[in-house]
Design a protein around this ligand. Structure first.
Ligand code: ATP
Ligand code: MG
Length: 147
């Protein structure tokens, strides 16, 4: 890459911290040439890739800040194994509207039946919707408030 314009573009992309485009600029330019992209298509693809990387990084950071005991998703929850659970109700919770309404959700049941799994899965949905999320035990919450 000895094209001075390309070098300048790379430098400016780095300066602007546009990480993904810095890495993929040459491919992006080649594809744009081959596919005869319009200016708006080119800019659209560049920005889409950049924004999706930033969102992935933000989600990863917020997931680690949430201190989940493990990462399990709603998609990996086997509802057929737990027929007493109201699937529609859980799907409704996954919209996170209960957070907007400042409502609490309590899962009750014997040990090992998926309460924490569901709580974690809802936490992940909340993180994807950009809510600040924290996993904490009831004992931890009380201790935090006391100290
Ligand atoms: N229906 C299910 N589908 C998939 N995995 C499940 C299901 N139920 C439980 N598990 C898995 O079993 C393990 C125990 O579940 P979980 O941690 O949610 O239990 P719990 O109800 O919170 O128990 P405790 O009351 O002891 O805290 C987890 O790894 C969880 O992913
Ligand atoms: Mg649990």
């Amino acid at each position: 890459m000895d094209n001075p314009q390309l070098l300048r573009i790379q430098e400016n992309l780095k300066h602007l911290k546009l990480t993904r485009t810095t890495q993929s600029l040459e491919n992006l330019l080649q594809d744009a040439g081959k596919q005869e992209m319009s200016y708006s298509d080119f800019l659209d693809r560049l920005l889409e890739e950049e924004v999706s990387l930033k969102q992935e990084k933000q989600t990863a950071l917020n997931t680690s800040l949430a201190k989940l005991p493990y990462v399990k998703t709603l998609e990996s929850f086997d509802f057929s194994f737990q027929p007493s659970i109201d699937v529609k109700g859980i799907r409704e919770l996954a919209t996170c509207l209960f957070i907007e309404r400042s409502e609490n959700v309590v899962f009750l049941g014997p040990p090992g039946t998926g309460k924490t799994h569901l709580a974690v899965a809802l936490g992940l949905k909340a993180i994807h919707k950009r809510y600040r999320t924290l996993f904490i035990s009831a004992a931890g919450l009380i201790a935090d408030n006391v100290s």
